[in-house]
Design a protein around this ligand. Structure first.
Ligand code: NDP
Length: 328
């Protein structure tokens, strides 16, 4: 079967299409014929070695398809079921993928395979951020970096649905337009400041009568952490959920005191879906919101599986919006 393999950590060029033996499901696993594969920023951390992985590596922790075989002891899923999945393990950039039965999420009728592959990781992350890490309340104002990204467009919609006012940042007018369409009330071009660390908080405070935001959600990390911290109001919260621009260096906790008794958290999705009941609840909420049309999923780009390297270049090059998919 076709699979993308990186022999060692490195740049996008390490992602090569190979013909490999299809895997066989072990106890508790199902084999899925993939119909669409979700690309996520974390895949680039795995490929490049930012997060240590075993190599050779087939990246990817998300997709959707049809179950073709069951391992021993699986009774929650049947051959022929349409499922989607996300897992902290890799292996999804392939024509056939092993999925733990407990992570095989039923895809509702009316949700197509590409949409299903686009939802689990970014959708449940957005859900975790508004309903888990924080419980957003009507009337709160939030700041979100990379508002036109995969997580960004979904998080904006979920936050607006909870009655929050959402201020986002983007690096182009086209991205700003998408972010506004998702519900952002104000979009800041953070690529245009001479000094982002002072320029962004100054603009955020202008937009919030000097107070700052209740919550800043930052998935950009290294370049934006200081600016986000300075944009949060007294006793507010900074949620650092990723490092698209690089990882944030160690922080002196005394800064939180000086900036107004702030709180900072660094969550990861898998701690918010480790409990099977929580996974089922979060996945159900997100799939239902998509099926009912309440949550719009934007597929920004599709690449053939063989062109995974080009997809990673685009994602890391800030060229993409919404979800990026691989099609086997
Ligand atoms: P996105 O689609 O948001 O792509 C990343 C975006 O980050 C870019 O489009 C770009 O938007 C912005 N960006 C700013 N600076 C840079 C830079 N130097 N290099 C690349 N991109 C930059 O990706 P995802 O939605 O997949 O992920 C968003 C973030 O959320 C990532 O940091 C990811 O690791 C994190 N994440 C965390 C999870 C968790 O469990 N904690 C789960 C899922 C995702 P612009 O051009 O507008 O600046």
């Amino acid at each position: 079967m076709d699979a993308i393999v990186a022999r060692e950590p490195g740049g996008p060029e390490t992602l090569t299409l190979l013909d490999v033996e299809p895997p066989e499901p072990g106890p508790g696993q199902v084999l899925v014929r993939t119909e669409a594969i979700g690309i996520n920023f974390i895949d680039t951390y795995h490929r490049s070695g930012v997060y240590p992985m075993d190599f050779p590596l087939t990246p990817g922790g998300e997709g959707a398809g049809v179950v073709t075989a069951l391992g021993d002891g699986v009774d929650s899923v049947a051959v022929g079921d349409r499922v989607a999945w996300t897992a902290s393990a890799s292996g999804s950039y392939a024509a056939q993928v092993l999925v733990d039965a407990g992570h095989a999420l039923p895809v509702p009728d009316g949700v197509d395979a590409e949409t299903a592959a686009a939802i689990p990781l970014q959708g449940m992350t957005a859900h975790m951020l508004v309903d888990g890490v924080t419980r957003l309340e009507p009337g709160q104002t939030v700041l979100l970096t990379a508002g036109a990204g995969g997580v960004g467009l979904l998080l904006t919609q979920l936050a607006v649905a909870r009655g929050a006012r959402v201020i986002t940042t983007t690096s182009s007018d086209a991205k700003a337009e998408l972010s506004r369409a998702a519900g952002a009330s104000d979009v800041i071009r953070y690529d245009q400041f001479d000094d982002l660390t002072t320029g962004l908080p100054a603009r955020v405070r202008e937009l919030t009568d000097g107070a700052g935001v209740h919550v800043a959600y930052d998935g950009v990390g290294k370049d934006t952490f200081d600016a986000c911290l300075a944009s949060v109001r007294r006793r507010g919260l900074l949620v650092l959920f990723g490092g698209a621009s690089g990882q944030v260096p160690p922080v002196d906790l005394q800064r939180l005191n000086q900036a107004g008794s702030l709180m900072v958290t660094r969550p990861k999705l898998f701690d918010y879906i480790a409990d099977p009941a929580e996974l089922a609840w979060r996945a159900g909420a997100v799939f239902e919101a998509v099926a009912s049309g309440e949550l719009q999923v934007r597929i920004g780009a599709r690449y053939p599986l063989a062109e995974a390297a080009r997809a990673h270049e685009a994602l890391e090059g800030r060229q993409t919006t919404g979800k990026v998919l691989l099609v086997p």
